[in-house]
Design a protein around this ligand. Structure first.
Ligand code: 5GP
Ligand code: ZN
Length: 116
């Protein structure tokens, strides 16, 4: 049996989440511990632990879809013209804690650069 995965459980409807988008390949839902006024996670329905895993599996279309959904949700957000940030944490030293590939879409405040 495969390892338990919180994002697979959300996608399967076994764990509740505030869904903002769902299609055949991609789901988007609100982060449970937001670090910005709007903090949305965009995830592929297919389980890949990291960006590197999806890229090395040749998932070009899927990776493009994730960005496209993120941009579309960002554009619908009231403050989108003031800016937003899309982040992928890949691996422990980048702060990845859930090993199911996801994009963070953050908006609604200023974001410093470089990130911490
Ligand atoms: P990472 O640190 O792996 O880049 O991001 C994982 C994100 O998933 C974190 O921002 C964390 O708050 C979020 N998260 C963890 N568990 C849950 C959950 O059960 N539901 C939701 N909606 N978000 C979660
Ligand atoms: Zn998963």
């Amino acid at each position: 049996m495969s390892e338990p995965c919180i994002f697979c459980d959300i996608i399967a409807g076994k764990t509740p989440a505030r869904l903002l988008h769902e299609d055949e390949h991609v789901a988007a839902f609100a982060d449970i511990r937001p670090v910005a006024p709007s903090h949305i996670l965009i995830v592929p329905k297919k389980h890949y632990p990291t960006l590197l895993d999806a890229a090395s599996a040749g998932e070009r279309d899927l990776l493009g879809r994730l960005l496209e959904v993120a941009a579309r949700i960002a554009a619908e957000h009231p403050g989108a013209d003031r800016g937003f940030r899309i982040t992928i944490n890949n691996g422990a030293s980048a702060g990845q804690t859930v090993y199911h590939l996801h994009l963070h879409l953050l908006s609604g405040r200023h974001f410093a650069w470089p990130p911490g």
